[in-house]
Design a protein around this ligand. Sequence first.
Ligand code: ATP
Length: 382
Amino acid sequence: MSKELIRLADCSMAFDGETVLNSINLGIKDREFLTLLGPSGCGKTTTLRIIGGFETPTSGDVFFDGVRINGVPPYKRKVNTVFQKYALFPHLNVYENIAFGLRIPRPDPSDTAMRPAKISLGEKDIARRVHESLELVGLRGYEKRRVHQLSGGQQQRVAIARAVVNRPQVLLLDEPLGALDLKLRKEMQQELKTIQQQVGITFVYVTHDQEEALTMSDTVVVMNHGSIQQIGSPVDIYNEPVNAFVADFIGESNILTGVMHRDYLVEFSGRQWECVDTGFDPNQPVDVVIRPEDVTVTRDIAAAPLTGVVASTTFKGVHYEMIIECGDERWMVHSTHAQPPGETVGLSLEPVDIHIMDKPEEFDNPESAARVSDTADEDFDA
Ligand code: ATP
């Protein structure tokens, strides 16, 4: 991928003495679709506002194209923002809402110092750019519509058209689909990804919806309590979560307590298992994360390493979800074959499906999280 465009270096933020961002280190590449993902209050919006210039970090630095931009106000940054609330002007029609973005002074994109230059476009150029933007969001022909005559999805498209019309290098999107119903939301997810590729700019997207993050992003940044937990591609984050928080937040997981005896050998659920993990201390207590879809259920109990009794079976559309009691532990298993409640079954696992994580008290430290993930390593070593 292309060069790094934005860097947050050791950025912390406190409001009224309370730390809400804890030494964030993050590089965002040109033309990347990067998503900040995490539960409510974890600091996603604050991170976005720091990039946009709406907040100045209490400590740390923000760089744009290698230039330090702490304190540079939003209108001097080559960055636009789309909020969940569309913030369109009700008294203007669609055309004028979008043209508005071209009638306010913006920095000259070729000026790396980002001094505010007054770009004055003639009406002909404004019309061309408005039409291009409307084309991009699939709303050609809606120029004369009033805002109140549009659906929520159409209003959000206008907001996106307005945000890209003056060709920012970066678009910040704060839960832009949050107000839409599920079906429209899914359609817009695909559209947003297409728009990002067509305009060829960087998108920094905030959501607490893991599926949305996995669907759209090149890179996902998982946050919790003001700290970055993991940075990686959707596949990395899903398949190789660095700790139990990420594993649980990204998808349903069985999280079991275990002990890493040595490289490639872990003990949990009363027996020892071959695994693929290395680099833990001998006999280190660990969390063991197992995805429900990675467990194989068999009636051949004698051959299975673990046995349990099916407590419940629920049809979920593409699979059955079974809760299986193995002694004191309750395992969640997803399978296309249902086993009836009360049945004794065997459970087996491949070594590659056993994910070993540091215990929670260690994972607040990004260095410790980075140790397990190659992708994260790059980004934490600012
Ligand atoms: P959500 O998904 O709910 O929007 P978030 O992850 O975007 O959450 P932030 O909005 O960044 O989280 O907020 C992080 C923390 O900072 C919260 O505890 C919030 O109450 C606090 N906070 C944010 N802005 C301010 C402010 N201006 N003054 C005081 N506290 C603030």
